[in-house]
Design a protein around this ligand. Structure first.
Ligand SMILES: Cc1ncc(COP(=O)(O)O)c(C=O)c1O
Ligand SMILES: [Zn+2]
Length: 414
């Protein structure tokens, strides 16, 4: 007996065994993992979760794996911070942050990768791979190293140096494509056809892979004493993260771990690459964008795989979508660091700037208990951020030089 029954097409309902497959043979719709909810309800409990590991694997009963041999570097079960100062700054009474910059490879992608590489081992594949805007690549490199599998990683050549160094250090095979993420992803899709015994975790393993992000909802609810917030805000690139967070809360209601509740879900994308947010704002179809350029490299996907569904989740929940400019994204990074001591990369800046916009424009009410997901670490984007900061002064190591500086530069300390 297992908790996974198979895969099912989101569009036409066609069912498939739980193999390596992401698209429906009949209509090309996306496939989702189907669970045996009766089985899960019998096995899951708050006590069992509390006695589980201090990682996302404490929620294994809601994840699509069969064995207990998790490829686990310790991702997840991150602290839910009560963000009083940021709350005051943006005008919210009760604001919380899940800080994903502290995961093993410093982004939320460790959740999806940990599930997908565990699944790759179960399927007995020869190698893993992905197309990535940077964080997924680094995370896959780390988890593939832990699992002893080779990793083939396709990235746009223009992403931040910090991410490229990180991917290389794990020994991954890095293919830097002279083009956008969408072009790298298309190429990776062609490579899969040549290597059917490789698992490209966000392409042919996508149904299993996206499930890892549900744990963000699970651990938020657990730390809110098994209750749900009123409003969540997440960054969007493919839209997969936002959809998984919404699904995570729904599943907790389905198995009876939290009470039924309407939760509003809002998203944020950089204005310069915002196909999903623009579709929400204009209430129109998600139209792919080309020739985009933003400092939020990790969110720069012009043709989002789950854009249509992310828009539906946002609109049906009563949420909205923000589109901060690159300057506002930088301000968001500075604001979070200075109010809460959390250093995030531009994806996190997009979320914080988006949160601010949504409150200012009345899409989040000031009394709503709000959770914001900060998904990546600022140290990965030093090349972008250093030039936005007041530079340090260099002095000779004497007290008189310091005092001179203090007198001359009073404003500097102010
Ligand atoms: C730090 C960070 N946050 C958010 C996202 C968006 O995730 P998704 O593609 O699931 O929407 C990404 C995607 O790469 C990311 O790297
Ligand atoms: Zn179908």
């Amino acid at each position: 007996m297992t908790r996974v029954i198979g895969l099912k097409c989101r569009e036409c309902g066609a069912e498939y065994p739980a193999n390596i497959q992401s698209k429906c043979n009949k209509c090309s719709g996306q496939l989702d993992v189907q669970y045996d909810w009766g089985y899960i309800k019998e096995h899951i409990s708050k006590e069992k979760i509390a006695a589980g590991p201090n990682s996302m694997w404490r929620y294994a009963d809601l994840l699509p794996v069969e064995t207990g041999n998790y490829v686990d570097l310790g991702a997840g079960y991150n602290k839910l911070h009560h963000a009083k100062h940021l709350g005051e700054a943006v005008g919210l009474k009760e604001l919380y942050i899940i800080d994903e910059s502290v995961n093993p490879s410093y982004s939320f992608k460790d959740r999806v990768t940990s599930v997908a590489v565990t699944k790759s081992i179960e399927f007995g594949v020869k190698a893993v791979g992905c197309a990535s805007t940077g964080n997924l690549a680094a995370s896959l490199g780390a988890h593939a190293a832990k699992a002893g599998l080779p990793a083939y990683i396709f990235i746009p050549a223009t992403i931040e140096l910090g991410k490229i160094v990180q991917i290389l250090i794990y020994g991954s095979h890095v293919i830097a494509v002279d083009g956008t993420y969408d072009e790298a992803s298309r190429l990776a899709g062609e490579v899969i056809k040549l290597h059917p015994d490789w698992a490209f975790i966000n392409l042919n393993l996508r149904p299993y892979y996206t499930e890892g992000s549900k744990t963000l909802a699970f651990e938020t609810a657990e730390q809110l004493n098994w209750s749900a917030p009123d409003h969540c805000v997440a960054p969007m690139a493919s839209g997969g993260l936002l959809c998984a967070i919404a699904r995570g809360y729904q599943e907790l209601m389905k198995v009876g771990l939290i009470q039924q509740k309407d939760i509003r879900i809002s998203g944020s994308q950089p204005l310069n690459c915002s196909p999903i947010s623009t579709a929400v704002q204009t209430n129109s179809a998600v139209v792919p964008v080309y020739n985009y350029k933003t400092i939020a490299h990790s969110l720069a996907i012009g043709n989002p795989a789950e854009g249509y569904y992310a828009k539906q989740v946002i609109q049906s929940s009563g949420g909205y979508a923000a589109t901060p400019t690159d300057d506002e994204i930088i301000e968001g990074i500075h604001l979070l660091a200075r109010t809460e001591g959390i250093f995030t990369e531009p994806a996190g800046g997009t979320t914080i700037a988006g949160l601010k916009q949504l409150v200012e424009e009345g899409y989040i009410e000031r009394s709503e208990k709000t959770v914001v997901y900060v998904t990546g670490n600022g140290l990965k984007a030093q090349d972008t951020l250093f030039k936005t900061l007041k530079q340090p002064v260099t002095i000779k190591p004497t007290l008189s030089e310091f005092e001179k500086l203090t007198n001359d530069e009073e404003k500097r300390w102010g």
